[in-house]
Design a protein around this ligand. Structure first.
Ligand SMILES: *Cc1c(COP(=O)(O)O)cnc(C)c1O
Length: 387
């Protein structure tokens, strides 16, 4: 059966999972073995040491490769280790362009770690291709794409970035965490490398941290494979198994996430205690048309500015019961958080304000609960803000 002829949801369930030729188990076994015996000095069964490769991890890697439409994938211990692996594709003196509202941890890794190693970063408003073009230098080797951005859900025109990168002789790397391959497939738009924090939608159950790097050509696949092994970034077989299990329900989960997000965004947009809603599924979102063109759905992250400031935000956090005050996103349960002092605390105050994160900003990861319950709970929290 050629998986390319199967629908996405079917591939989520079936690709890569059959790893047990002995007993034909329906579910991929967890192979915790750190080492694999050789039949003789010249022959092993495809695996020798789990840092380098493991059948359970391989099942996950084959599955994600297929879902993104790539050639190879390396499953890593965290999203950050996936991103760190890609930074080793570059050398001191290379220049990378990224958005000024990228994930806080990525910002920290770029500014506080890889700048020290001699890689140069320019952070720009990526929604504006002209700003990106203007930032290109002779040593530009990569355009780093994160779309929609965190937490303000700004979109980046992936095709436009690929064009700019190609004419500069640079590659593009896309962090596809916020939408998952169910809703956005960067390779189809010309991107060279896709990274994920599988901690989020791919696993989807808030019970593992993980990441992956997906490549679509052999030279990059080999380089990434080399660094993941050399630096010891690969994930454990147990974590790989959990993510593989999570992915099986990715399609139905994303549909449920989006239903709740759209309903919540519409309620927020109509509420008098709310100053602004950031959700690409709203017609008023500046990138609504781009979202329709580039994505297969609007995702389930909704950010809004509450009228007032921190006291009003605190009231919402204290009052809403179905939303847990926690960082992270993409799990079946709804979460909300305060980027100014939580997810984006590693950015400087100026960088946050420049990126548009204020004391009013609340980020919501909409789970798969019934939209009516989520809307009622959040509406009650907003209705009861003291005047
Ligand atoms: C969470 C996240 C990461 C980092 O992933 P970890 O699994 O926490 O290391 C990177 N990028 C985005 C967009 C994220 O949301």
């Amino acid at each position: 059966m050629d998986p390319n002829n199967l629908q996405f949801q079917t591939r989520c369930v079936h690709v890569g999972v059959e790893k047990d030729s002995s007993f034909n188990s329906v579910i991929t076994p967890i192979y915790p073995s750190s080492t694999f015996a050789w039949d003789d000095l010249n022959t092993n069964r495809g695996y020798d040491y789990t840092r380098s490769g493991n059948p359970t991890r391989r099942a996950l890697e084959e599955n994600i490769t297929q879902l993104e439409g790539g050639l190879d994938c390396r499953a890593t211990s965290t999203g950050m280790s996936a991103i760190a692996a890609t930074m080793h594709l570059f050398k001191p003196g290379d220049h990378i362009i990224a958005g000024d509202d990228i994930y806080g941890g990525t910002f920290r890794l770029f500014v506080s770690v890889y700048t020290q190693m001699g890689i140069e970063f320019t952070l720009v408003k990526m929604g504006d291709p002209a700003a990106v073009k203007a930032a290109v230098k002779p040593n530009t080797k990569c355009i780093w794409i994160e779309t929609p951005s965190n937490p303000l859900l700004n979109l980046v025109d992936i095709k436009a970035m690929v064009e700019i990168a190609k004419s500069a002789g640079a590659i593009t790397i896309a962090d596809n965490t916020f939408l998952s391959p169910y809703l956005q497939r960067p390779f189809e738009l010309g991107v060279d490398v896709v990274v994920h924090s599988t901690t989020k939608y791919l696993n989807g159950h808030s019970d593992v941290v993980g990441g992956c790097v997906v490549t679509k050509d052999k030279p990059l696949a080999e380089k990434v494979g080399f660094y993941v092994n050399a630096m010891g970034l690969a994930c454990s077989p147990f974590d790989a198994w959990l993510v593989l299990r999570g992915i099986k329900t990715l399609g139905p989960r994303m549909e449920a996430h989006q239903r709740g997000a759209q309903a919540l965004a519409e309620m927020l947009a109509a509420h008098k205690a709310v100053e602004h809603v950031y959700y690409p599924g709203l017609k008023t979102h500046p990138h609504h048309e781009l979202a329709k063109r580039q994505q297969k759905g609007f995702g389930a992250m909704v950010t809004f500015d509450v009228k007032g400031g921190k006291p009003q935000a605190e009231h919402v956090f204290k009052t809403a019961k179905l939303f847990k005050l926690a960082e992270s996103l993409g799990g079946v349960e709804s979460l909300f958080e305060y980027p100014d002092s939580m997810s984006h605390a590693s950015m400087t105050h100026e960088a946050r304000r420049q990126g548009g994160i204020t004391e009013k900003t609340i980020r919501v990861s909409v789970g798969i609960e019934h939209p009516d319950d989520l809307v009622a709970d959040m509406k009650h929290a907003l209705d009861t803000i003291p005047a």
